[in-house]
Every structure is written in structure tokens, then in C-alpha cells.
Design a protein around this ligand. Structure first.
Ligand SMILES: NC(=O)c1ccc[n+]([C@@H]2O[C@H](COP(=O)([O-])OP(=O)(O)OC[C@H]3O[C@@H](n4cnc5c(N)ncnc54)[C@H](O)[C@@H]3O)[C@@H](O)[C@H]2O)c1
Length: 257
């Protein structure tokens, strides 16, 4: 086995990736499949999920779609159980599905607040709980990566208070889940991406222009979905087998400026 395979190879791994019909999740699904994992594309967008799974299979890699809205508890329980029965218990979960809709601080309604927490935080929690249960039942070590946001550390764009609060919750969930699950050999880490060019980020901006965002450039260049996928690939890999409870900023140097 080559050093690259030993450190980064994912042969014999089953990866569930949420929100993989678009943007960052799509790049993560391709990347983990390239490294040898069987990948399940969890998304509420049936057409997009089928397209991504088809495109990965066209590369002679292993992918299938699982259509689910992660806000539904019963739906998540069924989807994880069905996918595990078809593909094998997950050894990797990438909790990536999320919305980044914007609303000025003074206008956010309670309903809008709840909707964002429900998708970005509760949905991620439900997926984490169900996948961790499946990992424990299978008796295999596992790796979970939660996609939070650099907005947890520093505001970048106005209108993202509810969003950033949900991602702050996800960062706290990461640490607590890592603490409770390490006895089962399950690692839990988070990535805090800076601004990444995706359909979701441009859609969020188009829906509501709340005000000008930071004009500070990212010193190492515009972040693209494969940049985040590469960090996910490291955190779920054997190379990271002693890393848990951490939040890794992938921000192209923005926080340092
Ligand atoms: N793009 C950025 O600048 C950026 C920065 C920091 C963090 N993030 C985070 O990265 C993740 C991916 O963002 P993206 O920019 O690729 O967005 P995107 O909109 O391109 O993709 C998000 C995917 O999540 C799916 N999804 C949304 N709600 C869902 C639900 N309830 N159930 C199932 N699937 C659902 C969508 O259908 C879509 O396929 C999000 O959690 C986002 O908050 C993005």
C-alpha cells in the first residue's frame, strides 16, 4: 500500500454526505468517492442528488442518492436506516446541508430564526445522532465532520446573525459530541469555511441584499468547493485518526488580515 493510500485512502468506507446535490457537498461527495469510499448523497433536492450520484458513477466510482429533508426526525431515522441496509453502516458522516438566507438583525422573525436553526443545527444533530448510533451498532470507528462557518469567529456579511448562531451551535455540538463519542472510537470535527463560491452563497445573496459585506480580500485567493472538500478528506482520513473535537478554519487567510 502506498503512503498516500495508507494516510488518505478510504477504501471499505461508507460516507453519508448531506447537502451533496450542490456546492460544497457535491465537491465533498466527488472527493470522498475518488479516495475509495462508497458515497450516499443525502439531499432534499431529488433531481440534484440523482445528477451528482450519476456523475460520480460515470467516473466508475460508487455513489447513490438518498432523498430526505433533514429537518424531519422520522424521515432522518428511516433514511439512515435504509441507506445503511443498502450500502453498509456509515463510517463517515459529513453534515453539510444548510441554508444561508439573510435577514437584517432588526427584522428577523421568530419563525425565520426557528427555520434556520431547524435546518442548520437540528437537522445536523439528527443526522449525527442516527449515524453515530449506526456506527456504534456496527462496532467500527467512525469520523464525522460538521460544516459550520467562519461567521462563528467573525462576522463577514450583514444579515447572517441567525445563520451564524446556528453554526455556533454546530461548533459547540461538535465538541460535545466528540467528548461523548470518543469512547466508541468516533471522531467529530468541524470545518469553518470562509466565503466559498457556490450556488448557495450566490442564491443567499440574491434573495436579500442586506448591506455590503467585508471588502477584505482572501489573501490566498477565492475559496472554491474543492478547497473545503480537501480539508474534509483529511479530517475523515486515517491521517487524522488522533484528531477530534477541533474546528478548522479554511478561510484562505482571511482571519489574519
Ligand atoms: N458557500 C459559502 O460561502 C459557505 C461558507 C461557510 C459555510 N458554508 C456552509 O456549507 C454548507 C454548504 O453550503 P453551499 O454554499 O454549498 O450551499 P448550496 O446551497 O450550494 O448547497 C446546500 C445543499 O443543501 C441542501 N439542503 C438544504 N436544506 C436541506 C434540508 N433541509 N434537507 C436536506 N438537504 C438540504 C440543498 O438542497 C443543497 O443541495 C452549508 O452548511 C453552508 O452553511 C458555506
Amino acid at each position: 500500500m502506498s503512503a498516500a493510500d495508507r494516510l488518505l485512502g478510504l477504501g471499505d468506507q461508507v460516507a453519508f454526505v448531506t447537502g451533496a446535490a450542490s456546492g460544497i457537498g457535491e465537491a465533498v461527495a466527488h472527493c470522498l468517492a475518488e479516495l475509495g469510499a462508497r458515497v450516499a448523497i443525502f439531499d432534499r433536492d431529488a433531481e440534484g442528488a440523482a445528477r451528482v450520484a450519476r456523475e460520480i458513477r460515470a467516473r466508475d466510482l460508487d455513489a447513490s442518492e438518498v432523498v430526505v429533508d433533514i429537518t424531519g426526525e422520522a424521515a432522518v431515522i428511516d433514511a439512515v436506516a435504509d441507506a445503511a441496509a443498502r450500502l453498509g453502516a456509515p463510517t463517515i458522516l459529513v453534515n453539510n446541508a444548510g441554508v444561508q438566507d439573510r435577514e437584517p438583525m432588526l427584522d428577523i422573525t421568530g419563525d425565520e430564526w426557528d427555520r434556520i436553526q431547524r435546518i442548520n443545527l437540528r437537522g445536523a444533530f439528527l443526522m449525527l445522532r442516527e449515524c453515530a448510533k449506526a456506527m456504534v451498532a456496527a462496532g467500527r470507528p467512525g469520523a464525522i465532520v460538521n460544516i459550520a462557518s467562519l461567521g462563528v469567529e467573525h462576522p463577514m456579511i450583514p444579515g447572517l446573525a441567525a445563520y451564524s448562531a446556528s453554526k455556533g451551535g454546530l461548533k459547540a455540538l461538535t465538541r460535545n459530541a466528540a467528548f461523548e463519542l470518543m469512547a466508541h472510537g468516533i471522531r467529530v470535527n468541524a470545518i469553518l469555511p470562509g466565503g466559498v463560491a457556490t450556488p448557495g452563497s450566490s442564491h443567499g445573496a440574491a434573495r436579500k441584499v442586506v448591506g455590503p459585506g467585508s471588502t477584505r480580500p482572501a489573501p490566498l485567493g477565492q475559496l472554491m468547493p474543492p478547497d473545503i472538500a480537501a480539508a474534509v478528506a483529511f479530517l475523515v482520513s486515517p491521517a487524522a485518526q488522533k484528531i477530534t473535537g477541533q474546528s478548522l478554519a479554511v478561510d484562505s487567510g482571511w482571519l489574519l488580515t
